[in-house]
Ligand binder design. Structure first.
Ligand SMILES: NC(=O)c1ccc[n+]([C@@H]2O[C@H](COP(=O)([O-])OP(=O)(O)OC[C@H]3O[C@@H](n4cnc5c(N)ncnc54)[C@H](O)[C@@H]3O)[C@@H](O)[C@H]2O)c1
Ligand SMILES: N[C@H](CO)Cc1c[nH]c[nH+]1
Ligand SMILES: [Zn+2]
Length: 434
């Protein structure tokens, strides 16, 4: 059965309007969600563990009486890793190794330099003391997200990594537990949603307060992260998954249809867009979509996502296609073209760029190495993938020699008096040599 996916062309007069409609996404949660999240945060702040237990029982269909029932032991994590079927264990460890190797390259080191008069200036890089990682678990379990959140923190040298993951109905996913062991997570609490974010941000008798919370989640998680920002650091507000595939018409249309499905299957609100200068190719991919959709396990989610938020766009030229890429600033960009490297210099905004016909976005979700926690909803215009740098902070270093203090003192004195800040001026002037 054929499904209706919106289709338009960059030649249309109303092209800009079509793009605006396609990309319109209510990133801010509605008043109802906002109220729920505010109430949850207030309850966790005032009633701590008791409120955390109540909300977990309410939202995750649990029936626990104490926090001890909501924490997993290191032994449980290690046992999950040790007893995984060998194929799963090997795949998990291979992915973890690739993700670790990639993130090792991101590590920033302290630096300093000494000026001619002996003054030293520099930057000291320090890992955060304790971070919280949110691993989604409402509609699906995400072992890959455990690796993508915990490994960069570990590489940065964060000594304590606290993971939260909801386990609806109390069902533990052994791959998630094993991933926590493989990635070096310190403690795991089986709580989720806004209550888990609030517990990490403010601390409870049992859940330690963290310095930063990272990781994707649904609208309750995103709203809570936004609300606790300032109390703690956050990485980003990630929305539903997105993929933009740009194809020159020479890749197997079945491959492209499946690449579009791969992000659509995450969520009814996920967005999959195909751009091509070849109108006949758009027809061929549409035929592949109709042929392959009935074979998909999550076909209802994919169908809803493609009908509500998907699009096939006919670009008049490669330049049009590039303008579309930069307008969308997609989370994932697949350049399924002959010479993707030639396109690269003109692409300014994308969370991750997958180059060439063989580079399926799904490889990046699991094991290529780069992080899969990426900016969505056009935020790649100003933000970057989750990385080691999210878990490191910098302190400036200044050590003046007597000569340096004297020379800088003269400059500071003038500027401080210009600001009428006399104490600043006199503090600097004391160090000026006669
Ligand atoms: N960007 C990425 O890297 C990435 C990776 C994996 C998943 N995701 C996305 O993360 C999201 C995960 O969402 P999810 O729902 O599966 O899991 P989730 O863990 O984010 O949310 C589940 C929690 O939501 C809370 N909740 C649910 N309904 C509620 C209600 N009515 N009131 C208050 N709280 C409520 C509950 O506390 C529950 O524990 C999806 O959108 C998925 O696409 C993104
Ligand atoms: N595509 C998701 C990020 O948008 C990450 C993911 C996890 N598992 C599969 N995919
Ligand atoms: Zn994915």
């Amino acid at each position: 059965m054929s499904i209706e996916i919106r289709r338009f062309s960059s030649a249309q007069n109303d092209f800009a309007e079509q793009m605006n409609n396609l990309l319109a996404w209510e990133a801010v949660s509605d008043a109802g969600v906002q109220k729920t999240v505010t109430d949850i945060i207030d309850a966790i702040r005032t009633r701590g563990d008791d409120a955390l237990i109540e909300y977990t029982n309410q939202f995750d269909r649990m029936a626990v009486a104490s926090m001890a029932q909501l924490e997993l032991t290191q032994q449980q994590l290690q046992q999950a890793l040790d007893t995984l079927p060998p194929a799963q264990r090997d795949a998990l460890l291979a992915a973890a190794e690739r993700v670790r190797a990639y993130h090792e390259k991101q590590k920033q080191d302290s630096w300093s330099y000494t000026e001619a008069d002996g003054t030293l200036l520099g930057q000291k890089v320090t890992p955060m003391d304790r971070v919280g990682i949110y691993v989604p678990g409402g509609k699906a379990a995400y072992p890959s997200s455990v690796l993508m959140n915990a490994i960069p923190a570990h590489v940065a040298g964060v000594p304590e990594i606290i993971m939260v993951v909801p386990t609806p109905g109390g069902e533990l996913n052994q791959l998630v537990l094993a991933a926590a062991a493989a990635a070096g997570v310190s403690r795991v609490f089986t709580v989720g949603g806004a209550q888990a974010v609030a517990a990490l941000a403010y601390g409870t008798a049992t859940v330690p307060q963290v310095d930063k919370i990272v990781g994707p989640g649904n609208i309750y998680v995103a709203t809570a992260k936004r609300a606790v920002f300032g109390q703690v650091g956050i990485d980003m507000i990630a929305g539903p998954s997105e993929i933009l595939v740009v194809c020159d018409g020479k890749t197997d249309p079945d491959w492209i249809a499946m690449d579009l499905f791969s992000q659509a299957e995450h969520d009814e609100d996920a967005q999959s867009i195909l751009v091509s200068t070849d109108a006949a190719f758009l027809d061929a991919v549409k035929a592949s979509v109709d042929k392959l959709l009935p074979t998909m396990e999550r076909q209802e989610i994919i169908r809803t996502s493609l009908i509500n938020r998907g699009a096939f766009i006919h670009a008049q030229s490669d330049a049009d296609a590039i303008a579309i890429i930069n307008r969308i600033a997609p989370e994932h960009l697949e350049l399924s073209v002959e010479n993707p490297q030639a396109w690269l210099p003109q692409i300014r905004h994308a969370g991750a760029i997958f180059m060439g016909r063989y580079t399926a976005e799904a490889l990046g979700d699991y094991c290529a190495g780069p992080n899969h926690v990426l900016p969505t909803s056009g935020t790649a215009r100003f933000s970057s993938p989750l990385g080691v740098y999210d878990f490191q902070k910098r302190s400036s270093l200044i050590m003046c020699s007597a000569d340096g203090a004297s020379e800088m003192g003269k400059i500071a004195s003038v500027l401080a008096r210009g600001e009428f800040l006399t104490a600043h001026a006199r503090s600097a002037e004391y160090r000026i040599k006669d």
